[in-house]
Design a protein around this ligand. Structure first.
Ligand code: FES
Ligand SMILES: [Fe+2]
Length: 363
């Protein structure tokens, strides 16, 4: 008698994608107890530059203090709790001032001024802004809203070495598109990690890359992904596969021949091309709604060239994004049906099952 075949791995029950209470718990455990990618250091190039991020109902100020250190704070005044910054990005004039009664805070979070607080027992030192751990990897800013953050380096494991040749911190933002997708954030990660849908859904993409040719590496507890080579003479992911920019300067010959697609849990999708970097960060708004910030970053030497072109890459991925978001919204709709029940994964959807198990293990 042979060994009995292992049961077929199946998709998760509907509640993982439809239950608002489960969603609340997921945000607590999977987002707030992890490093999440907030943005790029270039967004806060100068002291006082800032941008806001919203995660799980929290508003977070990310800024650079007077000594050049990136900082993150809850957007909550220590007087009576008011949300202080409301414009999504800008420059703080050396301090953060609450618009209610004028308490003001330094860019390092210390309370500098508290009008009318004359009580002898009041001490400004007792009321700094609530600070959030903040760290940087190769130009990406990460924040951690949990109580016991492990070092970011543990979370990233071998990724800094693996992706050093792309020189990510040198790359400059050229284009950002924000998408509002009516789907659970996990469905977007599942979709990113398989290309079985590529021939059906992405005819343009499928001409450039072999959908069965993904070279995935063994998933870890904090990331998963792999590389895909080009086909048909394509040299990058663009409308016609033609590369209109020089290769990123430090890439090896092998690295020039493929695109690396990695999910760094829980919210960064990192797509490293031979001539540019695309990032998606996922910001869950509700169990069935996710904001996605997609950015295209290029080497500054390319951007400065008078004949610099990027529309080919932006148009290509914007179209592909919209195809993906559309199908994932249909997936969300079907999962919400009372007829839905978990369906079987194929062996080529193994990363998806691994991700589901990662979610289950952290419930
Ligand atoms: S609530 Fe901010 S100064 Fe009063
Ligand atoms: Fe896709």
């Amino acid at each position: 008698m042979g060994t009995p075949a292992a049961p077929v791995a199946k998709t998760l029950p509907a509640g993982y994608y439809t239950d608002p209470e489960r969603f609340g718990r997921e945000i607590e455990k999977l987002y707030f107890e992890s490093w999440i990618c907030a943005g790029r250091t270039r967004q806060i190039a100068e002291p006082g530059d800032y941008f806001l991020r919203e995660a799980g109902g929290e508003s977070i100020i990310i800024t650079r203090d007077g000594s050049g250190v990136p900082r993150a704070f809850y957007n909550v005044c220590r007087h009576r709790g008011t949300r202080m910054c409301t414009t999504p990005e800008g420059n703080l004039p050396g301090r953060i001032q609450c618009p209610y009664h004028g308490w003001s805070y330094g860019l390092d979070g210390c309370l500098m001024g508290a009008p009318h607080m004359d009580e002898p027992t009041f001490s400004r030192q007792d009321y700094p802004l609530h600070s959030i751990p903040c760290d940087v990897w190769d130009g990406h800013i990460f924040i951690h809203l949990g109580t016991r953050p492990e070092p970011l380096a543990h979370h990233l494991a071998d990724l800094p070495r693996k992706f050093a040749h792309w020189g990510m911190q040198d790359l400059r933002l050229h284009k950002r598109i924000v998408y509002d997708v009516k789907a659970n954030w996990k469905l977007l990660i599942l979709n990113y990690n398989e290309c079985l849908h590529c021939p059906v859904l992405h005819p343009a993409l499928n001409r450039l890359t072999d959908y069965l040719g993904t070279d995935n590496e063994a998933p870890t507890s904090t990331y998963m992904g792999g590389a895909m080579g080009f086909r048909g003479g394509a040299e990058t992911m663009s409308m016609d596969g033609r590369r209109r920019r020089d290769y990123l300067p430090a890439l090896t010959v092998e690295e020039r021949k493929r695109v690396c697609y990695y999910t760094i849990y829980p919210n960064l999708l990192l797509s490293l091309h031979p001539d540019y970097m695309m990032t998606h960060t996922l910001w869950p708004k509700a169990v069935d709604r996710t904001e996605i910030i997609c950015e295209w970053h290029f080497h500054p030497a390319e951007i400065m060239k008078p004949d610099f072109q990027a529309d080919d890459a932006i148009e290509f991925w914007d179209q592909t994004n919209r195809e993906d978001w559309g199908i994932v919204e249909l997936s969300q709709s079907g999962i919400q049906s009372r007829a839905y029940m978990p369906g079987p994964y194929s062996s080529r959807e193994d990363l998806l099952h691994v991700f589901d198990e990662w979610v289950i293990a952290r419930e």
